[in-house]
Design a protein around this ligand. Sequence first.
Ligand SMILES: [Zn+2]
Length: 321
Amino acid sequence: MKSKPARDIMTLLGVLAGASTLAAVGLMANPAANAAPAAVLTHPIARARVFVDLRAAWPGGVLAIRVEGSRWATGTTLLDGRRGALARGPSGLFGLVPVAIDAEPGVHTLAVFFPGGRRRGGQGSFAVELGASSRPSRDRPVPAADLLTLETAGLRDGRQLLAAIRTRESRVFHQGFLRPPVGVSPGFPFGGFEDFGGSVGPSRDGLSGEHHRGQDYPAPPGTLVRTPGAGIVLLARNLAFSGQTLVVAHGAGLVSVLAHLGTLSVREGDLVVDGAAVGTTSPTGLGAQGLPPHLCFSTYLHAINVDPVPLLDPALFELQR
Ligand SMILES: [Zn+2]
């Protein structure tokens, strides 16, 4: 576990050097070419002021939002029918808004609601522009013998995974950016189309959708895996597609999924501190077959699958301070 001062230094470096710090630690090696206006939008709601960070405003990305000068303790956001939440932290109301992978680039309406009815509540909406994202696709032909497993055990296990991802856990275990779970440069990125062939086609276990759910890290078997952030282990078991799988809820609607592990050193219900060792990699599960050994790291925000890479960027969390 890294100490708080170490994290503060990382944050300071992030502020001083911006994206160059990220490049230095290899976070920007993502081959997906995404374009978003790196700007902070401001908008008044009643006497409060809303700030929205658009640096990861693209399909599969995340908006960071902060509200200043309000008496509200909580808030809700809505973008394309997908919900996000604001919670009061040490320095004001802050939240992350998920942008679904199937959102169209262009101008969208972001609505923000504060509880309290007509007299005490508040709401406002404003336009946010989502940039385009370009993500590489890949074919993943599954041997015929495995297709049946994907259609049966894969579906059953996928529902278990989905149930964990849809947690209503309300405790907040983690503040700020996440860390890469392994010390290996990132490989195949989030979001590209994946086709498994046969009757399974582009779907994958019980999770509907057609895209790669995480960021891969080409880690050799036996590589130590650390939790991307503090949290509670919601699921730690072997699943047909993702193999030995860990689901960690960080709170505030943020969930990490680590797939293709070998040994697991935590159990369901365990609390993990930031950066704690949770297991090692191993090409377990059908999803690891036909590819070089790798760890697959996925993130979900209020059950919406988003690219983990923006969540590794300390700059995205500048509005939280
Ligand atoms: Zn993956």
